[in-house]
Structure formats: structure tokens, C-alpha cells
Design a protein around this ligand. Structure first.
Ligand code: ASP
Length: 352
């Protein structure tokens, strides 16, 4: 897959304060109307015309644009590899990164990139928009300007937010804790189980206690994925045929079991037996709650006790998005045995 590179020095003639790379992948953010009123991707070299206020940030900006911008519902692991590779290769030369991405799967991509770049110690700020930048009431302008400001913010010469985040609607959230929760209003993302890392008002108020301290580790790059995983969302009335259709899928290595409340599931004997058989065949089953807030506590109720007893692994307070991407990356990099060991241990602050 190829991409275009555009350099925009918004600081001329003065010296730029920081160097930031924008990676434009697609989504609603960059849409504009052509002469026939059809929405088409925006030409990023014209960003200063749409956003003259960018000049006041005094940044040296390099834009890498996907040749073919994608609606984020079409995002695949190959796109995650592209984004991670661009960050990894340009890491030394840049102070921070802003990734412009559709909102639909932004929480998956932000989670994936967090796990793919262990040891990352510079800001990678994902943002997008609910309304295209060409619309008068668009949220794209504020989201981009503040994401750029956060990605270039330093204190004592060090980045203020050295981690992968989502900035949206005046709030900065840890990427691997975020979820898309709203498709019509501007407050598209929430992180129920971890506080916001910053709120943008008259000034940007950073929540220093919640921001991750970077490790001294050198940045790495996990590029292998194994997508032989699935999700089974429980509902009252689910039947054996449906459950077995998933559990007995050829090649299945891991399953995210989306349970009720604090990790509860039906105690029906056929259901427990089906899970038990899959586990005996080597399938890793990870218990993640359907509730966006709170955590899985296997054994708190009778309806979750047997899950722990048969070897279902508790996913704690991880989001489904973090669980799915972490499984694919751990399986791809380390195989099933190591994945079993690592899946519910924190890698980037995604689990308490
Ligand atoms: N379908 C779009 C996407 O995720 C929606 C958006 O950008 O907000 O690419």
C-alpha cells in the first residue's frame, strides 16, 4: 500500500517549535463536496486554506496521507501495520503524531497501535470528526488544532502525553480504554474505566496523575497478527446450535465471551459443557463484560463461578476493542501459550 507525503511549515518565517507528523487515513473528517455535491476526500495540501489558525501553532508539519483514504469500517490489520510502521520509521525525527481516522473503528485502531509499539514514549493522538471539515459546523477544526497542540506539548523538554490517545470533543482519553458510544452528537467517545487524561477549555487541563510514565525501554514494533479469533455476545435465549457454531469453527484460537454484568453467563449445563469442550481443544476464552463500566469478577455470583472453574480467563475491566486487538497481536507475535499468560496482564495501561 502506498501513501503521499506533504510538508507544511506553519511556522515560516519563524523557527518551528515542534515537529509533528499527521497521518491521514480517511473517515468523515477529510470529506468535502465536489462540484456535483458528492462527498470526496479532501486534498490535504490545502489544509492551511481550511484552517489558517494552524499557522499560530508554529509547527513543522509533515502529512502522510493514505493514497486511498478509507472509511474506517474498512480498516484491516494491514492498515494498522501501515500506521505503526510510519510512526516507527519516523519516531526519532518527530516530537509527536496525530492520526486522522474515521470514528467507527478508531477505538480498535488506537488500541492496536498502543499494543504494536511497546516502549512508545511520544504522543500519538487519534482524532477525527462527526461532520466533514467542509461543513460550517464541523467539529474537525477544533479536534485537529487541539490534537496538534497536545501532540506537541512539552514540559521540561519532555512530551506531556507520551502515549496513544483519542482526542475528541474537548476530551483526551487513553486509546486502549476508549469506546465509540455516540454516532450523532459530537461526544463520540467515552472511557468508563479510566479517567480522562486532559480536558480542553480555555486552557488544556492535563490530568498528570492519570498520564502514563513512559518506560526506559527502546521503542519496539510488533507487526504480526493472528485474526483467528471471534466474539460471542450473550443474550437471554441464546441456543446451543449458535454457541457451538462459533466454538467449533475450524482454526479458532481465541474467543471473547461478552458476558452480562460483572462477567456472568447462563449456568445451563449444555452451555458450560460447550465452553469446556472448546477449552479442552485449546481455545482461549476471555471473559469481557457487555457493560462499558465496571469489571469482570468471576466467582462473585453463582453464574460466573463455573466459568472460572472450567478455565475461562477473566478480562477484568478491559474494553472489547482492547481485548480483540491484544489477542490478535499476542497470538501473532507469541503464540497461544504465551497469550494465555499475558492476556490479562497490563501492557499499556489498558487493564487495572
Ligand atoms: N464511517 C465513518 C468512518 O468511520 C464515520 C466517521 O468518520 O465518523 O470512517
Amino acid at each position: 500500500m502506498s501513501y503521499k507525503k506533504i510538508s507544511i511549515n506553519t511556522a515560516q518565517p519563524a523557527k518551528a517549535k515542534s515537529r509533528v507528523m499527521i497521518i491521514y487515513t480517511g473517515g468523515t473528517f477529510g470529506m468535502t463536496y465536489d462540484s456535483e455535491g458528492v462527498l470526496i476526500p479532501f486534498d490535504f495540501s490545502l489544509i492551511l486554506e481550511q484552517l489558517p489558525a494552524l499557522r499560530n501553532l508554529f509547527l513543522d508539519i509533515t502529512v502522510i496521507s493514505f493514497d486511498q483514504p478509507v472509511d474506517s469500517s474498512n480498516i484491516q490489520p494491514v492498515h494498522w501495520q501501515m500506521i505503526a510502521e510510519i510512526i516507527f520509521e519516523n519516531y526519532k525525527d518527530q516530537d509527536g503524531f496525530v492520526v486522522l481516522h474515521g470514528t467507527d473503528t478508531m477505538a480498535f485502531t488506537a488500541s492496536a497501535i498502543s499494543f504494536m509499539l511497546p516502549g512508545l514514549a511520544k504522543p500519538v493522538i487519534f482524532t477525527g470528526a462527526q461532520l466533514p471539515i467542509s461543513e460550517p459546523r464541523s467539529d474537525a477544526r477544533e479536534n485537529l488544532i487541539t490534537a496538534l497542540e497536545i501532540s506537541s506539548a512539552k514540559a521540561d523538554g519532555k512530551p506531556v502525553v507520551p502515549e496513544v490517545c483519542i482526542y475528541f470533543d474537548y476530551e483526551l482519553l487513553r486509546g486502549s480504554r476508549s469506546k465509540k458510544v455516540e454516532s450523532m452528537h459530537f461526544d463520540a467517545f467515552k472511557s468508563e474505566n479510566y479517567p480522562s487524561l486532559a480536558k480542553a477549555g480555555v486552557k488544556i487541563d492535563y490530568n498528570y496523575a492519570a498520564i502514563r510514565n513512559p518506560s526506559d525501554q527502546k521503542i519496539g514494533y510488533f507487526k504480526n497478527f493472528d485474526s483467528n479469533i471471534s466474539i460471542l455476545k450473550l443474550y437471554p435465549g441464546i441456543n446451543k446450535q449458535m454457541v457451538d457454531a462459533i466454538l467449533q469453527t475450524e482454526g479458532l484460537k481465541a474467543l471473547v465471551l461478552e458476558t452480562f454484568g460483572s462477567g456472568n453467563a447462563p449456568s445451563l449445563p449444555w452451555f458450560i459443557e460447550s465452553l469446556k469442550m472448546a477449552i479442552a481443544k485449546g481455545v482461549l476464552i476471555l471473559n469481557i463484560s457487555q457493560c462499558p463500566g465496571g469489571m469482570v469478577l468471576q466467582g462473585r455470583y453463582e453464574t460466573s463461578k463455573s466459568l472460572g472453574e472450567i478455565g475461562v480467563i477473566s478480562g477484568g475491566d478491559m474494553t472489547m476493542e482492547a481485548a480483540v486487538t491484544k489477542l490478535m497481536i499476542l497470538l501473532g507475535e507469541f503464540g497461544i501459550e504465551k497469550t494465555r499468560e499475558l492476556i490479562n496482564k497490563p501492557m499499556v495501561g489498558e487493564i487495572s
